[in-house]
Design a protein around this ligand. Sequence first.
Ligand code: NAD
Ligand code: TYD
Length: 360
Amino acid sequence: MRTYLVTGGAGFIGSNYIHYMFRKYGDEIRIINVDALTYAGNLENLKDVENRENYTFIKADIRDREAIEKIFEENDIDRVVHFAAESHVDRSIRNPEIFVETNVLGTLVMLNAAKKAWELPDGSFKEDKKFLHVSTDEVYGSLEEGDTYFYETTPIDPHSPYSASKASSDMLVKAYWDTYHFPMNITNCSNNYGPYQFPEKLIPLIINNALQGKKLPVYGDGKNVRDWLYVDDHAKAIDMVQEKGRLGERYNIGGHNEKQNIEIINIILETLQEMLPDDDPRKKLVSKDLITYVTDRKGHDRRYAIAPDKIKKEIGWYPETMFKDGIRLTIQWYFEHEDWMKNVTSGDYQKYYQDMYQDK
Ligand code: NAD
Ligand code: TYD
């Protein structure tokens, strides 16, 4: 039975990935989820898998070398899928240090622990061991309207402390391939959306605010473009890259679904109106009047757009979920998980929201 070590599995994409993997492989695999449970990590995301015999949760920080090495010593890990990171650009602008600590140093700890466990005395690696580093298209910087796309060969040119820290971790992972032939892949994915996304990110923030009749903050002119991918399509791509990808390679993942932020907000408002029953009191609150233009994000990247040609050609992956379907699935999930939203938006989140948006 293959054993996966998933880092950051209690976050948005990690928890969706764990669900995806159990749906796909059932009892054929074992998953160990290591997560420090920061503000973004939530074990409620994994309630329906927590009692599985082939699932284990370990609360540990990826910066904690001893704790991570112990996991490798006590378990014969076959696959590492490394999601754990600080992931929000706005937070990185306010507090860059933790991004370097977690995203760069934490990745280094993961690489060293895996290398120590998998390396043979002659410097080669045990057979069929693989490390997949989950990264972002933001490492490529920013495109303008009419520019081409991000390819795997596009020079790395990050602008925010978040993307700089992810780019640095990508470089370390690549260096482990170049230097040691460490069995790795890197995936650079575009913006994800779907269930369990923390409401500091655009799509869940807009859904949550609109349903409460709260202002919908649009940064700058609202015309920044992101390339949105439904999270299950990302989970599938990660699995396919790990099983079919060429070791040492980077693969871009994206859905050719570029939209301006203001378009996204309008689609959400229209879809909410369609989906809410007439007698639901929230229907009256959802309105375009809530759209509020606020001060732009510092260094705001204009456009991200992925060319997923390589992953399509070499691996046969393509996105299956159209945005119009994915956004309905996402909104339906938030309708059905009001308690989840209440829990994650209480306490610390309220303070964050107050601090982040009060001057905008
Ligand atoms: P998230 O913020 O929702 O989750 C991050 C998880 O990592 C949380 O569970 C958190 O508790 C955990 N974590 C943070 N610091 C940790 C530490 N020091 N030790 C152990 N665990 C720690 O993030 P996400 O949106 O799910 O993103 C996951 C990964 O995918 C990140 O590496 C991110 O850069 C990448 N990514 C995200 C997107 C996106 O649109 N969200 C797109 C492309 C790539
Ligand atoms: P976000 O979800 O933070 O993802 P990223 O910055 O990693 O792409 O933001 C997506 C886009 O939405 C980005 O251009 C910033 C914009 N945005 C707003 O206009 N208002 C908001 O309140 C937030 C959180 C984001």
